[in-house]
Design a protein. Sequence first.
Length: 314
Amino acid sequence: MRQLILLIAAAIALSGCGTDQASPTAATPTTTTLPPVDASFWSTVPQTDEQRAEVSARARLIDVCALVPRSELAALGEVKTVENDQTDSCRVELTSPGATEDKVSWSSLVVFGDIPQPGATVKQLGEVTLSILPSALDLSNEKTCNATAKFRSGAAIYFQTTTPTTTDGCARLESLVDGAVRRWLTSPPQGTSPDTKRTALHGADPCAVRAHLDGTGPFGVPTLNSCGFTYRGEDVVVSYEIRGRGLLSRNEQTVDGRVVHILDASATVVVGPELGPATSSLLGSPVPVVNVAAESEDVAKDVLRQIFTMFPAS
């Protein structure tokens, strides 16, 4: 199990950045209310842990689906579906001329520092750095392109498109970047897009549970929806996710009156109603969940009990 925890922590370190903070002594709210800032906030390089934490907190409050509205997507083809598949990402399926299916997705993240991208084409859009990287593993009938628009603050928007081999997916992404960056600078709040299905997890800080635990320490690098720390001598990772019910463990236990899904030393609790119909018979209906992965089931449950106080049963 420790190897799994380390793999999760490695994924956290690669997908987001920041520096760990000591466990707070007073409880903090799950979500954050912050006064508005002007666009220059996103052009300021943070110098302290507190400033980096503020960048992350403000990035969580941005409605990611609002960054690319349906009106702009329609220029790429017929919009079939727009799915707020995670609190920090939006996924779209399009039908382009010729009845081919294209996919476009984008997500918000924080990257404090440089991450090498060998082979990427780098462009400057004012104070935003755009890195474009075509996939080196194109299939026979489709290909992908990835792009990251990074603000000087460390906040970033990651884009990916999957298109037929005859379509220039990278050009498609570039056509969306400028508008997405401009909207980011206005900080559209959660719920701005009609396609966003708000949950208790939207805008919430996965590290907030540390305020309810005594003696936590640093472990890994927090992201917008995951937080690693040590507690009672074990490595712990808390993740906020949208997950299909079919992916929840069938090993159910009742902990403090709540149904918890247990898999090894990983404990998962549903913290809200279903967000729509099942995407497939295997995945089931999507629901917001909090997952706690630890080295022992006892520690995972201990952390989860504090999660209960942050997400009361409805």
